[in-house]
Ligand binder design. Sequence first.
Ligand SMILES: [Zn+2]
Length: 365
Amino acid sequence: MADDDPIWEDAPDSSSSSSFFDRDRHIRFLEMMYQLLPSPYQSQEINRLTLVYFVVAGLDILYALDRIDKEAVIHWVLSLQAHPKNEVELNNGQFYGFHGSRSSQYHLTDDRVHEQVAIPNGSHLASTYCALAILKTVGYDLSLVDFKSLSRSMRNLQQPDGSFMPIHIGAETDLRFVFCAAAICSMLKNWSGMDREKAKDYIISCQSYDGGFGLIPGSESHGGATYCAVASLQLMGFIDKDILSKNASSCTINVPLLLYWSLQRQAQDGGFQGRTNKPADTCYAFWVGGVLRILGADKFIDEGGLRGFLLTCQSEYGGFSKFPGSLPDLYHSYYGFCAFSLLKERDLNALCVELGITAIAAIGL
Ligand SMILES: [Zn+2]
């Protein structure tokens, strides 16, 4: 979720000269990615579920889910869930969610078994969020997922301060994984996997003096972290519908300061930046724009300016790039589509901002 490096550095200018959102070209772009990912994605094999989420959820925004074989997608996603062999294994402290790809399902050598070292099963909170988001998008009934093992073992990932670790041992803890946990519980309609009050306290501790949220307490405010904080609070039921009109003292977070910080992220070129003094970047149109939508403050966005910036990042090959003139990538393409959905572009599905999928997928139609 944090700002990422572009896959291709020093790319030739590929921005489209179109002055409109080129939906047909974007559908063709995602269809190509569905068939075969270009070789620069090799290094991201471990995150294959995430890449598939961008393709499937992207096609859903574009009203083009008929381009994929939904049954095949469901079968593949379900094959990536880790299952405990028995009750004893379920209580061994590990997480039983989804693997990011086939390669992380490989078991380590037998030597380690003989040494009686606990072998991590490799499933990950972010992959699990993406797996469930894909399954919901293609209309799969999540009650058929082994949600009991998933929810019960997810409690092992929550730390004493309320944050989440994405795997059961040896990883960083921050707001990204609090969001994944909240989104997973929301999609499963089962909150037994987390202590919401503790998670809320952690989120509040991440709000910075300037109103934005850092990934961990005391860190610099960041658009992605701020989305994770606000979307999590929304999913957990801590944000009132008319939060802007409430007294600041009645809210769990400092809303006026958050609103000010978020609005200040729209740069002079119309795009949104992730942090103060950084260039505008396609993905923050969703991360920060989404925060403003949840707060009911998206009416304050300069929509014409944002649309203009995003169109300079639209590629002639379909998809969106991070900055104007770069080659497109799946991550920025997906959040570009999300941003145009927020801007109410015609022929696009509306978003459930806090879940990162379409509203139709979120309510399970
Ligand atoms: Zn970005």
